[in-house]
Ligand binder design. Structure first.
Ligand SMILES: Cc1cc2nc3c(=O)[nH]c(=O)nc-3n(C[C@H](O)[C@H](O)[C@H](O)COP(=O)(O)OP(=O)(O)OC[C@H]3O[C@@H](n4cnc5c(N)ncnc54)[C@H](O)[C@@H]3O)c2cc1C
Length: 443
C-alpha cells in the first residue's frame, strides 16, 4: 500500500472552506483499489485548482492522482494522445506544442490534470465552437472501489462515460484517458482587443465574433453610472503563419506570502480596474500574442491566490439562458447586484456559451451569457452576496458551476441540476465529496 501522509492538508484554490482528510498518493494505476480499506469515504483529486469544496472531503481519504503522470501513446498522424489521468495540461502542452499540436479546450490555467478536466468537464474561450473538454475525450478507464475496471466510450459503458464527464469525481477513479488534440503551426494567436461599454455592446461583439475560435471579455465589476459594464472584449484565432514551435519557459514569479486581507478592498479594486481599462488606449488593438499570456495570464505568478489573504476567496460562476430580445434582464440584474456590493475583484470575465452539446450528464455549460468572478471571503457579507446571486440565477432559470462553488444551497443545486438523482445512481458507493454532501443534504 502506498505511504500515507497527513500534513499539509489538501486545499482547494479558493482556500475556503478548510477541511481535513487523509491523503493517499497514487503512483501506479494498480495502486487503486488500496490493499487495505482506507477511512471512508474516498475521492480522487488532481491539482486542487477547483475553488470550493468539490475537491475536498471532511474526513475520509483523498486519493491524490497527480502521481499518475505518464504518457501512454501518441498518434502523430491524427493527434490522439493517451495519458494517465494525473498528467497536467501544462505537461501536455510541453509535449504537444513542439510537435504541432494543441489542447482542444483549455481553462484559464494549465495547471490542472486530465482527470480534473474530465471530472468538471471544463470549458474554455472556444466553448461556442468546440464545446467542453469532454467532447474531445473519446475514451477513458474508470476504476471503481470494488476493483471493477470500465473502458468507457460513447458506445461502451455509455452510462458511466456520460456520468463521469462532469461527474465531479464521484463515479470512481479515472486512471487514463484519450484526448483528441488539434493541429497548430504557430504558438501565436491573432488577437483583437476591443473596448466596450454596456452589455448590449458586449452581446453585439459576441454575436459578430462567433466565427472566431476564441472569445472572452474582462469586465469592470465595480464601475457604475456611465461606466457600468465597461470592459475589454478579446477574440482570436491560432496564427496560420508557420514558425518555430518552441517550449514554454517556466513561471518565474511566486506570491511568497499571504497578503493582508484589507489590501483587497473597493478602493484598490476600483483603482486596478480603472488602470486596466485605461491600459489599452485605443478602442481597438490587434496583434499577434503568444498563447501563454493569451490563455494563462494568471499562471505567470504561482500561488496568486495568496493575494486574498489567509481567509481565501470565493468564486461565483453561473450561466443564464438567453431571454427573448436584445435586453438580457437576468444577466443585467446579476451584474447590478455585483457592482452594488462593491465586493467583486478585478478577476471578472464574461462570455457567451454556445450550443455544442457535451456528452456529460451533469456538465455545467449551457447556451447563454456566463460570468465568473472572485470575491475575497469577508464572512457574512460575502455569503449574503453569493446567496443573492444564486437567487437571481435561480429566478431566471440559470445555473452555477460546482467546480467554482463553496456556498450553493441544496435547493439551488437541485433546481440547477434536476437530473441529480438520476446521476446519483452512478456514484461509487465508497466515494463522496464535501460539495456533494453539502448540496444533497436535506434542505
Ligand atoms: C486560475 C483558474 C482559472 C480557471 N479557469 C477555468 C476555466 O476557464 N474553465 C473551467 O471550466 N474551469 C476553470 N478553472 C477550474 C479548473 O479548471 C477545474 O476546477 C479543474 O477541474 C481543476 O482540475 P484539478 O486537476 O486541479 O482537479 P481538482 O480540483 O483537484 O479536482 C477537481 C474534480 O476532479 C475530480 N478528479 C480529479 N482527478 C480525478 C481522477 N483521476 N479521477 C476521478 N476524478 C478526479 C475531483 O474529485 C474533483 O471533483 C480554473 C481554475 C483556476 C485556478
Amino acid at each position: 500500500m502506498p505511504a500515507k501522509t497527513t500534513p499539509p492538508a489538501f486545499e482547494s484554490w479558493g482556500r475556503y472552506p478548510k477541511h481535513r482528510a487523509d491523503v493517499v498518493p497514487l503512483y501506479w494505476t494498480s495502486d487503486f483499489p488500496l490493499s487495505a480499506p482506507p477511512p471512508a469515504p474516498m475521492l480522487a483529486v488532481g491539482m486542487g485548482r477547483s475553488y470550493g469544496d468539490s475537491c475536498l472531503l471532511d474526513g475520509g481519504t483523498l486519493l491524490a492522482a497527480r502521481g499518475l503522470d505518464r504518457f501512454i501513446s501518441f498518434n502523430p498522424a491524427n493527434g490522439l494522445l493517451c495519458c494517465e489521468a494525473g498528467v497536467t495540461l501544462a505537461e501536455i502542452l510541453d509535449f504537444a506544442v513542439p510537435r504541432g499540436w494543441f489542447l482542444p479546450v483549455t481553462p484559464g490555467t494549465k495547471f490542472v490534470t486530465v482527470g480534473g478536466a474530465i471530472a468538471n468537464d471544463i470549458h474554455g474561450k472556444n466553448h461556442h465552437v468546440a464545446g467542453t473538454f469532454g467532447c474531445h475525450v473519446p475514451r477513458f478507464e474508470l476504476v471503481r472501489s470494488n476493483g471493477q475496471k470500465y473502458d468507457c466510450t460513447a458506445t461502451q459503458n455509455r452510462s458511466l462515460y456520460e456520468a463521469t464527464i462532469g461527474g465531479m469525481g464521484l463515479t470512481g477513479l479515472i486512471t487514463w484517458a484519450e484526448v483528441q488534440l488539434r493541429p497548430i503551426v504557430s504558438r501565436r494567436i491573432k488577437q483583437d482587443s476591443i473596448k466596450f461599454t454596456g452589455l448590449n455592446e458586449f452581446f453585439a461583439l459576441s454575436r459578430e465574433s462567433q466565427h472566431l475560435e476564441y472569445t472572452v471579455a474582462w469586465i469592470d465589476c465595480v464601475a457604475t453610472g456611465k461606466n457600468f459594464a465597461r470592459g475589454i472584449f478579446m477574440r482570436g484565432d491560432h496564427s496560420e503563419q508557420p514558425e518555430e514551435l518552441k517550449l514554454s519557459g517556466k513561471p518565474k514569479l511566486t506570491m511568497p506570502v499571504d497578503l493582508p486581507a484589507f489590501l483587497m478592498n473597493k478602493g484598490t479594486i476600483g483603482a486596478f480596474n480603472t488602470a486596466y481599462y485605461a491600459k489599452q488606449f485605443a478602442k481597438r488593438k490587434t496583434g499577434l500574442i503568444d498563447y501563454e499570456p493569451f490563455f494563462y495570464p494568471l499562471d505567470s505568478v504561482l500561488h496568486w491566490n495568496r493575494a486574498y489573504g489567509k481567509q481565501g476567496l470565493l468564486q461565483f460562476q453561473n450561466v443564464m439562458p438567453w431571454e427573448p430580445g436584445e435586453y438580457q434582464e437576468g444577466f443585467t440584474q446579476l451584474l447590478k447586484a455585483i457592482t452594488a456590493s462593491g465586493l467583486g475583484s478585478f478577476l471578472a470575465v464574461i462570455k457567451t456559451f454556445g450550443t455544442v452539446k457535451s456528452p456529460g450528464m451533469m456538465s455545467f455549460p449551457a447556451p447563454g451569457p456566463m460570468i465568473a468572478l472572485d470575491f475575497p471571503v469577508r464572512g457574512e457579507r460575502s455569503f449574503d452576496l453569493t446567496e443573492k446571486l444564486a437567487d437571481i440565477t435561480a429566478e431566471y432559470g440559470g445555473k452555477m458551476y460546482p467546480a467554482k462553488d463553496a456556498r450553493m444551497a441544496p435547493r439551488h443545486f437541485q433546481q440547477f441540476y434536476p437530473q441529480w438523482q438520476e446521476f446519483a445512481r452512478y456514484i461509487d458507493p465508497a466515494f463522496s465529496s464535501a460539495f456533494w454532501q453539502r448540496v444533497t443534504a436535506l434542505a
